[in-house]
Design a protein around this ligand. Structure first.
Ligand code: FES
Length: 115
């Protein structure tokens, strides 16, 4: 897992009215959601049919709702809480003293050789 600094603080994110925004990190677009003073990081596109999740909304229990077919996903663990059997990729996000970091798996086969 590689940790990438994505902001100095949570206030740097450009949240839209729906409390979501999109950032680019490690050649990926990642959705950021804010709910109950916590932030979550998850895939840019819906695992069902690639709806842009940041164009959807966050329901009153903290699930992201896809704008295309309204499937719902837990922003914390990716569970498809509306029950269609999909899984949303989520990313660990940490607010540290010196910034906000997102953890992304290093898919490079040789990454285990890094010291
Ligand atoms: S594309 Fe997201 S629910 Fe269908």
């Amino acid at each position: 897992m590689d940790w990438h600094k994505v902001a100095e603080s949570i206030h740097e994110f450009n949240f839209q009215e729906n409390n979501m925004c999109v950032i680019s990190v490690a050649d990926k677009k990642i959705s950021i959601g804010l709910f109950d003073n916590k932030i979550f990081a998850f895939s840019y596109k819906c695992p069902h049919a690639s709806g842009i999740l940041s164009n959807g909304w966050i329901d009153n229990t903290g699930n992201v709702v896809c704008p295309v077919h309204r499937y719902k996903f837990c922003m914390e663990n990716g569970r498809n809480v509306s029950g269609e059997g999909y899984y949303l990729k989520t990313f660990p996000i940490e607010i540290r003293e010196n910034g906000v970091y997102i953890g992304i798996e290093n898919k490079n086969f040789f990454s285990f050789l890094k010291i």
